[in-house]
Design a protein around this ligand. Structure first.
Ligand SMILES: [Zn+2]
Length: 432
């Protein structure tokens, strides 16, 4: 871009902010649920959000369409009509009584970026497309990323057909039909809607779901990678219930003290890893309880339930933690005469994000004099595109109070800076 185009683009994005605010507020209105918003994928609310986005895009003279899944697209034609497109976007659905910006911010950012480029008279080197993605949170079906997976052909028909709404048992296909999406059409198409052959890159703007940008007083960050995880959901330690006053220490089989020793030693290991090796490592004990039917002030606890949840961008960290869990539980069980039953861990591998795209996002921010950090993020639609072989990256925007709750808060000024970096990077990629 010439300096003149850069200036025109920045002004156009500024002029588009009232429209962005209007879209956020309209979508909030159609999905308001007591103190938050509820937009389950393929619900009337999520459909209305897609319609609002498409209408706004058409009013800005962007070309719009939907695919067989109901994902929405708004496009700005480029000079080379045969070249693979640059794709941006995020999900339209929300958790139950969640915040309005998780996902929606990225979907709106794409439309605003393209509309501003058009207004500034900038013709990209190739087509730029803004996508509104179905079913990332998947509050009804419990399996994340359904819309993105279907769009890249990363879901088998058998898995799709087995998907039922968790509370009612109603099929995904039946819910799709309710908003005019014919599930059979997904399997009739020639190939996936989005592939490495037709898409050069996927850029996702998303609110930060942690507190780092607030702590660092910075508006934006480029995500380094998507953390993988290693989870033991239903760990139990079995000891023996004994009289609290009568049992001497050497004869006790205290399940609670055994578990708390395990947790403290895992925490110490986490600190060591985080300090010396892998700052992306996280460790959470979300569940820890004794059996209320049996526990008492006067009993040595004979049973203790707990969960372990590790995250990292480094496969070697997750392997190291799995080994530590096995050896620590064996050692503690032998010494304290208890038994640990952890079950098989479940997890997902870390997803690296594209180094070239990350560098381009950071370079755009530098050119625009917008401070921008770098750190790891949680799972987003971008990881599905990355796994499908499409170079992908995530731009995080400062957000207060975490996400998946009604208190989510993103300043429109931070959003505007994010759209500036996004639009500049898309042009850079399209022209490169
Ligand atoms: Zn999200």
């Amino acid at each position: 871009m010439t300096p003149g185009q850069q200036k025109a683009l920045r002004e156009a994005i500024g002029e588009m902010m009232p429209l962005a605010a209007e879209i956020f507020s309209e979508v909030r209105m159609v999905s308001q649920d007591r103190d938050g918003v509820t937009r389950p994928a393929w619900s009337a609310e999520d459909q209305a959000a897609g319609d609002i986005l498409l209408r706004a895009a058409r009013a800005q003279d962007l070309t719009t369409r939907t695919d067989q899944i109901g994902n929405t697209y708004a496009s700005l034609k480029g000079r080379n009509t045969n070249a693979p497109a640059i794709l941006t976007g995020s999900h339209l659905d929300s958790v139950a009584r969640g915040g309005n910006f998780d996902g929606l911010a990225g979907a709106v950012a794409g439309v605003i970026a393209l509309a501003a480029l058009r207004r500034a008279g900038i013709v990209p080197g190739c087509e730029l497309t803004a996508m509104g993605i179905r079913c990332e949170e998947s509050v009804w079906f419990g399996i994340a990323y359904i819309g993105a997976r279907l769009s890249v052909g990363a879901m088998e028909r058998a898995e799709f057909d087995a998907l039922r709404r968790l509370d009612s048992g109603r099929s995904l296909a039946a819910h799709m039909a309710e908003v005019g999406v014919v599930a059979d059409d997904i399997w009739r198409r020639d190939g996936p809607e989005i592939s490495a052959a037709n898409t050069k890159a996927f850029l996702e703007l998303h609110i930060e779901q942690g507190p780092l940008l607030i702590e660092q007083a910075t508006s934006l960050a480029v995500a380094t990678a998507v953390r993988g995880n290693l989870r033991y959901g239903d760990g139990v330690c079995y000891g023996a219930y004994q009289h609290s006053a009568a049992a001497p220490r050497r004869l006790r089989q205290d399940a609670v003290l055994a578990v708390t020793e395990l947790l403290q030693r895992l925490e110490a290991l986490w600190h060591e890893i985080e300090d010396n090796d892998d700052p992306s490592a996280v460790f959470t004990v979300g569940k820890l309880f004794t059996d209320p039917e049996q526990h008492a002030l006067t009993k040595v606890p004979g049973e203790c339930h707990f969960s372990l949840n590790f995250g990292s961008t480094e496969p070697r960290t997750l392997e190291r933690l799995a080994t530590a869990v096995a050896s620590l539980t064996a050692e503690i069980a032998a010494r304290r005469r208890v038994r640990f039953a952890l079950g098989d861990p479940v997890g997902s591998p870390p997803t690296p994000l594209d180094p070239n795209l990350r560098a381009k996002l950071s370079a755009s921010a530098r050119r625009l004099s917008i401070p921008c950090l770098e750190f790891a993020t949680v799972g987003h639609d971008a990881s599905i595109f990355a796994r499908a072989g499409i170079p992908a990256a995530v731009l995080l925007v400062r957000n207060g109070e975490g996400s998946h709750n009604p208190r989510e808060s993103m300043d429109l000024q931070d959003f505007e800076l994010g759209v500036n970096v996004l639009a500049a990077t898309m042009i850079d990629l399209a022209d490169g």
